[in-house]
Design a protein around this ligand. Structure first.
Ligand code: SF4
Length: 238
């Protein structure tokens, strides 16, 4: 009996240029892309206001489906009332719901942050854990959230974070033909193969700045973009 091999998986990324992704070419272009990002400057850190890892963890959970600005508007009152994991773990849910209401999905988010605070108290002695495998065991904490917290609070080698992939990182890395993938964990794996570990904390923030500026979702402005010389999408379009 002849067994047919299944066809090779096709790239799935929605913003990948029609010329596709050549991993060798991505490797060749990456140092130029990194140099251009460094030259563009900016603040390669999260815009979520926080004073410690606990506050950043809670702010990151609240930032799902909402802007950093909206989160920054509610967290001062939230952290003033519940300044520690123990305080938040013991909070009355309706009070927390009211405090985070304007961030959307407030019932799920309130439940998630109270449960995450409870997990920190019960299983990690009241301290946010520094290992990604521990962080993702907390309620409402997926790999992206864990990567955001660890890379901002304890950049490598102080923790074992990877590269967080949000909607901007996904879109910009696809347009730059650094990955052909749509799944965030596969995109992270592709980026980790290109970017040195010492840059895993700031590289995604640099892509986010670009994604909020010239490389926006609806109408990218290729001509003024500092990455145009090394970007297959921009070169195809100009
Ligand atoms: S050249 Fe265009 S597609 Fe490429 S990164 Fe810049 S804005 Fe985005």
């Amino acid at each position: 009996m002849v067994t047919r091999r299944p066809p090779a998986a096709r790239p799935t990324g929605r913003f990948v240029p029609s010329s596709g992704v050549d991993p060798k070419d991505a490797k060749r272009r990456y140092p130029k892309i990194q140099a251009a990002l460094d030259q563009a400057g900016g603040q390669p850190r999260t815009a979520l206001r926080h004073e410690n890892p606990f506050e950043l963890l809670i702010a990151t959970i609240l930032s799902a489906q909402c802007t950093d600005e909206a989160v920054n508007r509610v967290t001062p009152a939230l952290f003033s009332r519940f300044p520690t994991p123990a305080a938040l773990a013991a909070a009355d849910l309706p009070i927390v719901e009211n405090l985070v209401r304007s961030t959307g999905f407030f019932r799920q988010k309130a439940k998630a942050i109270v449960a995450a605070a409870g997990g920190i108290v019960e299983r990690f002695g009241g301290e946010v854990p520094r290992r990604i495998d521990d962080l993702v065991t907390l309620h409402g904490v997926a790999r992206k959230t864990a990567n955001v917290v660890l890379s901002n609070c304890w950049p490598r080698p102080a923790s074992d974070h990877g590269i967080f992939v949000d909607t901007h990182v996904r879109r910009v890395s696809q347009r730059l033909a650094l990955t052909a993938e749509e799944d965030p964990e596969k995109i992270e794996r592709d980026l980790q193969a290109l970017v040195p570990e010492t840059r895993w904390a700031d590289f995604p923030h640099q892509l986010i700045e670009l994604g909020r500026g010239p490389c926006n979702a609806k109408k990218p402005r290729h001509a003024p973009c500092p990455l145009l010389p090394w970007c297959p999408t921009g070169r195809q379009a100009t």
